[in-house]
Design a protein around this ligand. Structure first.
Ligand SMILES: [Zn+2]
Length: 224
């Protein structure tokens, strides 16, 4: 498998966080760069850079050594990006996605036809909870809609099948990012852009959900 820049950035972003991308972008094809130099080149505070570097280090994405600067008398650390580690992390992410989707599927199947959703997407609860709330959203007070989660179940089953089929490495383009974030609300993803015929107004839900919006975007760009 070729480790493309897209794979590097997608993985690092997911594992370490978006703020680390600037450091990885700068460091990925270089060796033994001092933290001061990194801070200077990416135009960021040295303390922020060290924080990012140690987070990367916690995932074995960088290695470093320290050397005493004879003139200044203090230690300087020199950092190298560990590109090989990306493959392992991708594999880990792949399996943790399967676990998450499977867990989510179990919840959906255990509550088939039994979900209630705020039209403003504040809450999504099962029948018992909905009864406790007297079918009103505890956040905004709007009446909860019954939601058929059949499409969600199909979506999750499809995702799990797809993940098993790719084995984490084939077809890892946009689908990779979509799989990573899509589990937040599978129903909305399915509902958006497909006429599922169940009459639920779920587009507003999709838009209000940042995670889903991202996944939907990734999904639609995949189709093109
Ligand atoms: Zn609400």
């Amino acid at each position: 498998m070729k480790i493309t820049n897209t794979k590097i950035y997608d993985t690092v972003k997911e594992v370490v966080g978006e703020d680390s991308l600037k450091v990885v972008e700068f460091l990925k094809d270089k060796k033994n760069i001092s933290d001061f130099k990194i801070a200077e080149k990416v135009n960021a505070d040295i303390h922020d850079i060290r924080n990012i570097l140690y987070r990367l280090y916690n995932h074995n994405l960088v290695s470093y050594y320290r050397k005493k600067d004879r003139q200044k008398g203090w230690y300087i650390s020199y950092w190298t990006f560990n590109k090989k580690r990306i493959k392992d992390l991708m594999k880990n992410l792949h399996y943790s996605k399967i676990d998450k989707f499977t867990e989510r599927l179990q919840v959906e199947e255990a509550n088939r036809g039994n979900f209630y959703l705020c039209p403003n997407a504040c809450v999504r609860v099962n029948f018992e909870k909905a009864t406790d709330f007297e079918f009103k959203c505890p956040e905004c007070g709007v009446i909860l809609n019954h939601q058929d989660n059949g499409k969600t179940i199909e979506f999750l089953q499809g995702k799990i099948k797809e993940l098993h089929a790719t084995n984490g490495f084939a077809k890892m383009g946009h689908g990779f990012a979509a799989a990573g974030n899509g589990f937040g609300n599978g129903h909305s993803i399915v509902g958006n852009g497909h006429s599922n015929g169940n009459g639920h107004k779920i587009n507003s839900v999709t838009r209000s959900n940042k995670v889903v919006r991202k996944a939907t975007k990734a999904k639609s760009s995949k189709k093109k």
